[in-house]
Design a binder for this molecule. Structure first.
Ligand code: BG6
Length: 488
């Protein structure tokens, strides 16, 4: 299968934080891959802006190294690298001072799409927005892209929204949650709303429960300073898992258009019930004796032997709507687990009457959506065990691996940033979070955190390379259910 690539129109993209980690790992490699795919016009201008003193040639060298490190160069793509680098420029800039702004304004000219990527901490958002305006670079169609974390709680998210709204309309603000750019996450919507099969069953009459797992093998690495103030609830649950929950639970939008989709997601977040304290399990990873130098415990990694920040969280919640009343949603995410595995399981109820006098022992139908790795979809169905000896039932998976079904397109789905940056240039906000969505997500998150802080809750230690704290299994077992999905 050959994908159709529609080139985007000429643009200027200014990356503030142009020498930062995200730019190296994600933004530049994503732009390069889109260039190789033929989506970037050769006249595109990509301007790195940061404090470091690079000149244009120096920045192009910096970009070449980043791309070689993070984008699986092939002989074919390597041949295009030189031409891509010609799109790159650099301005040494001071976000809060005067340095560089005039020079930047001279480069961002003409009647073309203008995008400003704030790949910097939220503390600089206001200064950058104000300088973009005062240096005359802002126009009606320009847009800004802001990274997470979008605030630390409801009050700080509101303050950030207010700051940005002083300079830009909501239609110009692209708040990134990179999970929305993942190919299989978009497939969630395609599966739900592109098939007649699922939607009639997609409610509490037929769905027993839903599980969302985002398991990582990595630890906090060098991000301890940020992470220890955030924890898994703020770093992953409030945004990535919440967005997955929204796409699974929302009503069908009238159209696949930004506000139709975001209105429906917002309704889900607002209908989330508060989480009961005994429906939350927090954990913190330990080191393993055999590789503790390479993989220190959470507390060592963040340099605080008394830290009570969670690197794992599991919780059960409900959505108070006609569609979902009575269906529990179980969500869990954690670091240093046995496998990298993001998976959603929609577990359907048993048949109302067992005519064969038996059920096959597990749920008859489970729809499993594997987000990463090995992207694909499995539907478990019940069939007759082959052979004579009566009517015995068994479960078999109807398995679709995207890599097998889609060939090269399925094997190498574009990185989330490729899709999202192209959407910014195209001016499509569907896969970006609106300000009210982010605030609603914090409004649900804040009391959960305040609750455990008031109780002086300490996270449960769990072994690195395992499946997380045992209490998370208890959370399920109390409801006669079990987690599915983290496979080593
Ligand atoms: C980021 C979190 O938003 O997502 C990280 O800050 C996390 O802590 C990462 O590791 C996971 O993203 P992915 O795409 O690797 O699943």
């Amino acid at each position: 299968m050959v994908s159709r690539v529609i080139p985007v129109e000429p643009f200027d993209l200014v990356i503030f934080g142009g020498t930062g980690d995200l730019t190296r790992r994600k933004i530049l490699p994503a732009l390069f891959r889109r260039y190789c795919a033929g989506q970037l016009p050769p006249t595109a201008r990509i301007i790195g802006a940061a404090r470091s003193e690079y000149d244009q040639a120096g920045y192009r060298d910096f970009a070449a190294i980043a791309i070689a490190e993070f984008s699986d160069l092939t002989p074919a793509s390597e041949a295009k690298l030189g031409r891509f680098l010609e799109c790159l420029d650099y301005v040494a800039i001071d976000a809060k001072g005067d340095r560089g702004w005039q020079e930047l304004a001279l480069k961002v000219t003409g009647n073309r799409v203008r995008a400003f990527y704030f790949s910097v901490g939220p503390g600089l958002f206001g200064a950058l927005a104000q300088r973009i305006q005062s240096s005359g670079m802002a126009n009606e169609t320009c847009r800004i892209v802001v990274e997470k974390p979008f605030g630390h709680d409801l009050a700080s998210a509101k303050a950030l929204n207010k700051t940005l709204a002083a300079y830009f309309d909501e239609g110009q603000i692209y708040r990134i949650d990179h999970y929305l750019g993942k190919e299989t996450v978009q497939n969630l919507m395609a599966v739900r709303f592109g098939n007649v099969l699922f939607e009639p069953l997609w409610n509490s009459n037929y769905v027993d429960h839903i599980q969302i797992t985002v398991a990582e093998t990595v630890g906090v690495g060098g991000r301890g300073g940020y992470y220890d103030k955030a924890g898994a609830m703020r770093d992953m649950m409030q945004n990535h898992l919440m967005q997955l929950l929204c796409l699974i639970a929302m009503e069908p939008p009238a159209k696949f258009e930004p506000d139709s989709v975001r209105d429906e997601k917002l309704k889900v977040i607002r209908a989330l019930e508060p989480v009961e304290p005994h429906h939350i399990v927090r954990g913190q990873y330990l080191a393993n004796a055999d590789d503790k130098d390479e993989h220190p415990s959470y507390r060592e990694a963040v340099g605080d032997p008394r830290s009570s920040t969670e690197s794992y969280i599991a919780l059960k919640t409900h959505i108070s709507t006609w569609r979902w009343a009575g269906t529990p949603f179980y969500l869990r995410t954690g670091k240093r687990l046995v496998a990298r595995s993001s998976v959603i399981n929609v577990v359907f109820k048993e048949v109302p009457h067992a005519i064969f006098g038996q059920v096959a022992g597990d749920y008859a139908n489970i729809l499993t959506i594997r987000l990463q790795p090995d992207e694909g979809i499995t539907m478990t169905v019940t069939i007759k065990e082959p052979g004579p000896g009566g009517m015995r039932l068994m479960h078999v998976p109807l398995d679709m691996s995207f890599a097998e079904a889609l060939g090269p397109d399925g094997e190498n789905p574009p990185d989330a940033y490729e899709r999202l940056i192209m959407d910014v240039i195209r001016g499509n906000q569907t896969l970006f979070m609106r300000g009210d969505e982010v605030e609603a997500a914090w409004a649900w998150t804040d009391p959960v955190i305040a609750g455990w802080q008031a109780r002086g809750d300490v996270p449960k230690p769990y072994d690195s390379g395992a499946i997380g704290p045992g209490d998370a299994d208890q959370l399920m077992a109390r409801d006669n259910r079990e987690w599915r999905g983290i496979k080593p």
